[in-house]
Design a protein around this ligand. Structure first.
Ligand code: LMR
Length: 351
C-alpha cells in the first residue's frame, strides 16, 4: 500500500512539474510576442510627404512608388503618408513646412527652390535641356551630386531628383509660335527670376500663382496662358480652358526630393540605408515612367479635346533662342559657364 501511495505521489509530482514547465514556456512565448509587438509600436516611424500635384501624374505616382518601396524594405517599420494636391501645404509654404518639421519630405520643382539654391537658376534656362537622356544623366549622374551639394540649408537634406518632363505653352488667345505671338498676354508662372524674364523677353506679362489656382485663373480669364508639362496640363484639366497648345519643349520640369535634416539624423543607420535604396530604385522607375505618361496623356488630350495643337518648328525655335541670349548671359555671369556646359553636355550621358 505504502509503495502504491508513493508511486501515486511520485507520478503526481512529475505531472505537476511537467504542467508548470509547459505553462512557463507558454508564458514565455506570449511574453516574447507581446514584447515584439510593443517594440514595433515603439519604433514605427511616419514620413509625411507633401506635394502639390494630382496622384495620376509622374510625381504623384512616383511618390506612391517610393512609399510602397520604403514600407516593403523596412518591413512596415517606416510608413509614408502622402498628402497630394497641396491639401496640407501649397507652393507658398511647403518648403517652410519641411524646414520646421511639419512634414518630413517634399519634392518641389526647381523654380520654387531658387531662393534656397540660387545656382539652380541654370535648370530653368529655356532650351537648356534638349533630350530626355540628357535630363536623366544630369539628375542621376555626377552632376546630380554636385547640384545636391549646393543645398546650404542646415534644416534640409537633398536625397535626389525626380523628373516630370518638358514644358509646353498654352493660350486662350492664339497659337504661340513666333516670339511676337506672346505680346500683351498674361501667363501664369512658377516663382523665380528666369521664367519671369523668359516671358518679359517675349513681351508678355506674368502672374506668379500656386499650381492649384491655375485652372480657376484661366477659366475666369484672369490670365491668358501658362506653361507646364503635358501631365500637369492634363491632370488639372487646363487644356479644357485653353484654345491653343504648342509643343515647344522649351523648358524642363524636375523636382528636388528633400527630407528634414533633423528627422534624417535621428533615423537609425539601417533605416537611412533602406530609404536611400528605395530612393534609388524609385528614381530609376520615375525616369522611365514620366516620359511615357506625358506621351500617353498628350494622346488623350488629342482624342478628347477640341484644343488646337501646334509644334514649334526648328526655325521658330531659333528665333526664341536668339531672343533668350541675354538670359544665358545673365545666368553665366551668376553661376559660371562650367555649370551651364555640364548641364548641356553631362559627362555621363549615353548618347
Ligand atoms: C507648377 O507649379 O506648375 C509645378 O511646380 C507643379 C509640380 O510640382 O509639378
Amino acid at each position: 500500500m505504502a509503495k502504491y501511495i508513493s508511486f501515486c505521489l511520485f507520478t503526481l509530482l512529475i505531472l505537476t512539474g511537467y504542467y508548470f514547465y509547459q505553462y512557463n514556456e507558454a508564458a514565455k512565448t506570449q511574453l516574447l510576442s507581446y514584447d515584439d509587438e510593443q517594440e514595433k509600436i515603439e519604433t514605427s516611424i511616419t514620413i509625411r510627404f507633401s506635394h502639390v500635384v494630382a496622384e495620376n501624374t509622374p510625381k504623384g505616382l512616383t511618390v506612391r512608388k517610393f512609399a510602397d518601396l520604403v514600407e516593403e524594405k523596412t518591413k512596415g517599420q517606416v510608413k509614408v503618408e502622402i498628402y497630394p494636391n497641396g491639401i496640407l501645404y501649397s507652393d507658398d509654404n511647403e518648403y517652410e513646412a519641411l524646414q520646421n518639421g511639419k512634414v518630413e519630405m517634399i519634392a518641389a520643382s526647381f523654380p520654387k527652390l531658387i531662393d534656397t539654391v540660387p545656382q539652380w537658376k541654370v535648370l530653368d534656362l529655356p532650351f537648356i535641356f534638349k533630350r530626355e537622356s540628357q535630363a536623366e544623366a544630369v539628375f542621376t549622374g555626377q552632376t546630380s551630386k554636385e547640384l545636391l551639394s549646393m543645398i546650404q540649408d542646415p534644416q534640409v537634406k537633398g536625397l535626389g531628383f525626380w523628373v516630370n518632363g518638358f514644358k509646353q505653352m498654352t493660350s486662350s488667345q492664339n497659337a504661340l509660335l513666333e516670339p511676337d505671338d506672346f505680346r500683351g498676354q498674361t501667363f501664369r508662372v512658377m516663382p523665380g527670376p528666369i521664367i519671369a524674364e523668359q516671358f518679359r523677353l517675349l513681351k508678355a506679362d506674368t502672374a506668379v500663382m500656386p499650381f492649384n489656382d491655375v485652372y480657376q485663373a484661366l477659366e475666369s480669364g484672369q490670365i491668358d496662358g501658362q506653361e507646364n508639362t503635358i501631365s500637369n496640363i492634363y491632370s488639372k484639366r487646363l487644356y479644357k480652358v485653353q484654345r491653343h497648345l504648342t509643343i515647344s519643349n522649351h523648358g524642363y520640369l524636375g523636382y528636388a526630393v528633400m527630407i528634414n535634416q533633423e528627422f534624417w539624423d535621428e533615423l537609425p543607420k539601417e533605416i537611412q540605408e533602406k530609404i536611400t535604396e528605395a530612393m534609388n530604385e524609385t528614381t530609376e522607375w520615375n525616369m522611365k515612367k514620366a516620359g511615357q505618361m506625358n506621351a500617353e496623356q498628350l494622346e488623350a488630350i488629342k482624342r478628347t479635346s477640341p484644343i488646337t495643337i501646334h509644334s514649334l518648328k526648328a526655325e521658330q525655335q531659333k528665333k526664341w533662342l536668339r531672343l533668350f541670349n541675354p538670359l544665358y548671359q545673365q545666368v553665366e555671369n551668376e553661376v559660371g559657364s562650367d555649370l551651364i556646359k555640364r548641364i548641356q553636355f553631362p559627362p555621363d550621358e549615353e548618347r
